[in-house]
Design a binder for this molecule. Structure first.
Ligand code: PEP
Length: 251
């Protein structure tokens, strides 16, 4: 399956910095991309991305992604950004349930499932993040935690579950420089694939990507695992050279 390399810029960037990063990406991208590529950027910069992509042929194949999405369609939800608003900017992906949102904004499994539902309803692919904390891993609860998180999304989305991208992101590996070993990650990805297979006949075409300190040096060995279909990249997505190396490792 074609792999997906998605950058998560988090709350980083400025008009000046984004332009420099996107131009550097554009100049390093091969003409035929070896994989699907997306950048999940802060929503205020969507128009900037659109304008640059329209004027820069090399960026045309880079998909735009959001880092979150409202669980509600419209109305009195101050500060929220709806699925249809994202769609107005040709947004192709939306991260939902990132561990930083679960941790700092109290997002529950049910809320994450509702966000995935909103995305799917307008044709945006939710990148659904699941992952255990260090304490949960040490307590031997990894499988139970990720299965519980995915079960909520399966329950709310029924047969549409085959349209999601699933991201396994062990919380202890995010932004820490600690990466799950390829074998550790593969073990969890296989569990998630089996859970999807019990819910849909199309589990084999659901991309299950890994996130957590993926970088230019470790990407190839992670991406070589049979159930690792790409990467969700935080820190390394802010450096064009590193992001480009990860993209080339995904061929
Ligand atoms: C992330 O934020 O999704 C992530 C994987 O971050 P990092 O690559 O910096 O660990």
């Amino acid at each position: 399956m074609t792999k997906l390399i998605a950058g998560n810029w988090k709350m980083n960037g400025s008009l000046t910095a984004n332009e420099a990063l996107l131009r550097a990406l554009a100049s390093g991208l091969p003409q035929a991309l070896p994989c699907d590529v997306a950048v999940c950027i802060p929503a205020p910069y969507f128009a900037q991305f659109q304008a640059l992509a329209a004027a820069t042929p090399a960026l045309a194949a880079v998909a735009l992604g959001a880092q979150d999405i409202s669980s509600q369609p419209a109305g009195a939800f101050t500060g929220e950004v709806s699925a249809t608003m994202l769609k107005d900017f040709a947004c192709r992906y939306a991260i939902v349930g990132h561990s930083e949102r679960r941790q700092y904004h109290g997002e529950t499994d049910a809320l994450v499932a509702a966000k995935a539902q909103q995305a799917l309803a307008v044709g945006i692919t939710p990148i659904v993040c699941v992952g255990e904390t260090l304490a949960e891993r040490e307590a031997g609860q990894t499988t139970e935690v990720v299965k519980r998180q995915l079960a909520a999304v399966i329950q709310a989305n029924g047969h549409c579950i085959s349209e999601i991208v699933l991201a396994y992101e062990p919380v202890w590996a995010i932004g820490t420089g600690k990466t799950a070993s390829p074998e550790e990650a593969q073990t969890v990805h296989a569990v998630l694939r089996a859970q999807l297979a019990a819910a849909t006949a199309h589990a084999s075409r659901v991309k299950i990507i890994y996130g957590g300190s993926m970088n230019a040096a470790n990407a190839a060995s992670l991406l070589a695992q049979p159930d690792i279909d790409g990467g969700l990249i935080g820190g390394a997505a802010l450096k064009a050279a590193d992001f480009l190396s990860i993209i080339s490792a995904a061929s």
